[in-house]
Write a protein that binds this ligand. Structure first.
Ligand code: ADP
Ligand code: TRP
Length: 340
């Protein structure tokens, strides 16, 4: 077992869409707070090979990886403190994934959520019982094995994730435990999920959960004009401007609450009670958003105009992680009897 040190926290971000305000309030902000904890050394990486299950356009892949990296840096990730890297730059992950696959019963994968959801979709679409695996690639099927390797390769203690990912972290723990049971309890660290932002779901323009799959997002770093246009698209009801409005049922207010200060929130609540036109409510939201995002947006734009700076951070991060990854893989190889 590695010497007792700071606890290690690791999380992966799949580059499957342009980051939006929901990602910011629900994932980026809490993860950056955690990274600030002096007792934690944190690794945040871009899971590009996980995105390969769905992104099959090379230009889009390259662009999304950079957008995601630039977003984290612009939001305040300090690459000196938090190691930021790309999964594909760590070959040790893929070797460990094979080893873990040999300790992962196939039945565990049959129970994984993403796979089960595909099977259910096929069932609902009336597929024959013998073709319920239609459209399921081995990448999707064995997704949890690669994710386990991501986690275990840095001896992670804590894995901050959304609720939907808890099962994957538990599977990683189970795979590590199986290998330890075979070769000795101290080969692999057993990771634990840490659930963040449970009640933090931010609604999108149409009032449903903000999600790239619903096309209802407020993108984080578009120019101010476009942001204003997007805010103006938030769905409202047809109550007249002078009528008092209920903040609890207003999407504009719910988003405002997640980004404004307590004093600003109380002020807008007062204006809702007095009666406020939706145009004014949206203008208040835009102002707060723009004030918060304009600084990071400038950093983001600067980075995207110089992608070599982003790549440099990622390469530097990869070099730092590989030292740990090689040590962990060395322990594994020794334990299983594969050495050169
Ligand atoms: P999307 O739903 O747009 O596909 P992802 O599933 O890629 O977003 O989510 C990436 C991270 O952002 C996850 O940790 C998730 O919990 C968080 N997240 C996404 N949408 C929201 C939202 N509307 N409110 C809060 N957090 C969100
Ligand atoms: N599966 C995660 C998601 O879909 C992304 C991910 C890949 C990840 N590897 C990871 C998260 C390791 C935490 C740890 O969001």
């Amino acid at each position: 077992m590695p010497p007792a040190m700071a606890r290690v926290s690791l999380t992966g971000i799949k580059p499957t869409g342009t980051p939006h305000l929901g990602n910011f309030t629900g994932a980026i902000t809490p993860a950056l707070k955690l990274a600030d904890d002096p007792g934690t050394s944190s690794y945040y990486f871009i899971a590009d090979y996980h995105a390969l299950t769905t992104i099959h356009d090379q230009t889009e892949m390259r662009q999304l990886v950079r957008e995601v990296a630039a977003t984290w840096l612009a939001c305040g990730l300090d690459p000196e403190k938090t190691v930021l890297y790309c999964q594909s730059d760590i070959p040790e992950v893929f070797e460990l994934a094979w080893v873990l696959a040999c300790f992962c019963p196939k039945g565990w994968m049959n129970k994984a959520h993403a796979y089960k959801a595909m099977v259910q979709k096929n069932r609902d679409a009336g597929q024959d019982a013998d073709d319920l695996d239609a459209g399921v690639g081995m990448g999707l099927y064995t997704y949890p094995v690669l994710m386990a390797a991501d986690i275990i390769i840095v001896d992670a203690d804590l894995v901050p994730v959304g609720k939907d990912q808890i099962q994957h972290v538990e599977l990683a723990r189970d795979m590590a435990q199986r290998l330890n049971n075979t070769y000795g309890a101290d080969v692999l660290k057993l990771p634990e999920a840490m659930v963040q932002g449970q009640d933090e779901t931010l609604p999108g323009l149409d009032g449903r959960k903000m999600s790239k799959s619903y096309g209802n997002t407020l993108p984080l770093f578009v120019p101010a004009k476009k942001l204003k246009k997007a805010v103006n698209q938030i769905v409202t009801d047809s109550t007249p401007p002078e009528a008092p409005k209920d903040p609890a049922s207003s999407t504009v207010f719910k988003i405002y609450e997640k980004v404004a200060t307590p004093a600003q929130i109380e002020e807008l609540r007062g204006r809702y009670a007095e009666g406020i036109g939706w145009g004014h409510a949206k203008a208040a939201l835009f102002e707060v958003l723009d004030a918060q995002l304009s600084g990071p947006r400038a950093v983001y734009e600067e980075l995207m105009a110089h992608p070599e700076r982003i790549d440099e951070v990622l390469h530097d991060g990869a070099a730092r992680v590989r030292t740990t990854a090689q040590a962990v893989l060395g322990r594994v190889r020794e334990a299983i009897g594969i050495q050169r």
